[in-house]
Write a protein that binds this ligand. Structure first.
Ligand SMILES: C[S@@+](CC[C@H](N)C(=O)[O-])C[C@H]1O[C@@H](n2cnc3c(N)ncnc32)[C@H](O)[C@@H]1O
Length: 430
């Protein structure tokens, strides 16, 4: 396909997403099925353009004075893909392209973008989340939103059970891999430019050998902040596909016991293969039908990790579709789930033990508000200031939190060059 055809396809897919409220991944897949002649390169370019529009939907629409799919795609080609108005005009006029640019479109593309107005437009997030994001970020809300709308790098966690960072950096030299921020385990590969592909790192021999997992630096730091030690009893009660579980096993040097539970057996499914590849041997996987076995650990666990189900707002860089699909009702459901998992986790913690509550969200309702509500109804728990704990667990100077609360840690792309991630360490009195 020529560029004009790809542009038309992106417009078509965005129209389908808007009119039928379809998830972007589904709409793209169906477009691919209906257009079998499109090659892998075409599908990749169309998908990237669609996701780039979703990252910056508000500010692109503001530039063009319209949120119609054609308008925002043209703006994305200019603002994100850095195509000149002439190049866009040429591609649009091609056979199968979306049709020649109008004089107005050309003028809007050539003009400097309007002075940014409201934070939700400059920061490219839904208006209904404005109050929440202003509460957590104050007058940085637009900047923080803007960083959450960028493309994310590829972060890898070196598996210290099988390798080390210098060795992994060497193995991935051809991708210009560098050490990532804050986490001593992080290796980072910069995001490929517009219409380029990120390297398929999971096809590398180093992955097959279990030297690394794909995991954002903030997730790595969450595992490190558990302070899990060799010999401890640890429960990862929202284990999912095991991203944190694997990091915990490495942190504990395979000594002690990790109980990895998830209420959804489908999500847990990939954990078995991942544990094997990583050489993690101290993990007991508990499926959703083994919840009774989890309950037998009541009052016995040194460290409970609650990687709570959440809105995913901290990961909007990786899943821009989710920021527009999130509804107040879904957020309410998540808030209920978070309360439930915190209750469950609290029962497992032994006297003097700890629970690390984490979310990949930047919304205060899911973070500090949940912690405050938990503490109000659990006088046997106290909040441990994150700074002190960071020094002990990670051994470096702690970063400033991007949030307003002084004892919990909020990491963000703008402030820390990681995904958005929240952590609160709750200690049970002895
Ligand atoms: C943020 S994801 C976990 C990601 C995972 N820890 C990782 O690092 O790959 C949250 C998980 O919580 C699970 N979950 C939701 N409600 C739960 C509940 N009541 N009890 C246990 N797990 C639950 C979901 O199935 C989902 O896998």
């Amino acid at each position: 396909m020529r560029e004009g055809g790809r542009i038309s396809a992106a417009i078509e897919v965005l129209a389908e997403i808007a009119s039928r409220h379809r998830p972007a991944a589904e709409a793209l897949k169906d477009w691919g099925k209906a257009h079998r002649f499109a090659g892998a390169g075409d599908r990749h370019a169309i998908g990237t353009l669609v996701y780039d529009v979703l990252r910056r939907k508000n500010s692109l629409a503001r530039r063009m004075g319209s949120d119609e799919p054609r308008a925002v795609v043209l703006a994305a080609l200019h603002d994100i893909w850095k195509r000149s108005p002439d190049d866009i005009a040429r591609a649009s006029a091609e056979e199968h392209g979306p049709g020649p640019l109008t004089d107005d479109e050309r003028a809007l593309l050539a003009a400097a973008p309007a002075e940014e107005g409201s934070a939700h437009i400059a920061g490219d997030y839904p208006e209904w989340l404005s109050a929440s994001l202003s509460r957590v970020f104050g007058d940085r809300a637009a900047e923080e939103g803007r960083a959450l709308a960028e493309r994310a790098p590829v972060d890898l966690r070196v598996n210290i059970l099988k390798s080390d960072r210098p060795k992994l950096l060497k193995a991935l030299e051809k991708f210009n891999a560098v050490s990532g921020p804050l986490s001593p385990w992080c290796v980072r590969i910069a995001s490929a430019g517009p219409d380029k592909r990120n390297p398929h790192v999971e096809a590398e021999p180093a992955h097959g050998k279990g030297w690394f997992e794909v995991q954002d630096a903030a997730s790595q730091l969450a595992a490190l902040m558990s302070g899990a030690k060799a010999g401890e009893q640890v429960a990862d009660i929202c284990a999912g596909a095991g991203g944190k579980t694997l990091a915990l096993a490495a942190l504990m040097g395979n000594k002690g016991q990790i109980h990895a539970y998830d209420s959804d057996k489908h999500r847990l499914r990939p954990i078995f293969e991942r544990l094997q590849r990583a050489g993690a041997r101290n993990v007991q996987v508990l499926g959703s039908d083994e919840s009774v076995r989890l309950d037998t650990l009541a009052g016995k666990v040194d460290c409970v990790l609650v990687d709570a189900p959440c809105s995913g707002s901290g990961a909007w860089r990786r899943n821009p579709d989710s920021k527009w699909r999130l509804t107040e009702r879904q957020l309410d459901i998540r808030l209920g789930d978070q309360k439930a998992v915190l209750e469950r986790g609290a029962k497992l913690v032994k006297a003097g033990g700890r629970m690390l509550y984490i979310t990949c969200s930047v919304l205060p309702e899911e973070n500090d508000d949940q912690v405050a509500a938990f503490l109000a109804s659990h006088p046997d728990f106290t909040l441990q200031p994150y700074r002190e704990h960071w020094r002990q667990a990670i051994g470096t100077e702690p970063p400033e939190s991007a949030g307003q609360a002084k004892d919990t840690l909020l990491l963000t792309p703008h402030s820390h060059a990681t995904d958005g991630f929240f952590m609160a360490l709750l200690k049970k009195k002895s």
